[in-house]
Design a protein. Sequence first.
Length: 112
Amino acid sequence: MNRRDRVLTAIDRAEPDRVPVDFSANADTLARLYADLGCTSHRALLDRLGVDMVDLRGVVDPVYCGPMPKQRQLPGGVVENYWGWRTRRMETAMGVEDSLMITGKHANYWRL
């Protein structure tokens, strides 16, 4: 069964030969995988990992033509977007990522 058939079979709620594999990673993780696995292209990396579903973000991105959404800079490198979501760039074990900050009346709801 090829990748396309495997994914379409799973979408049809039938049983493929194996579970379709998806892959997503941040830029730092991708760079490390390229180096460690000796891949020279994104397609080669996906082939090496046996990925069935191909994410085209970064390859075929739509272009947003509307007005720039409002956001504001807050102290400590925090950015608040139009909807009030606050994020801060943080170094994680997987590289640099934007981390969502839960504050105010919703903070207790999100505590584990």
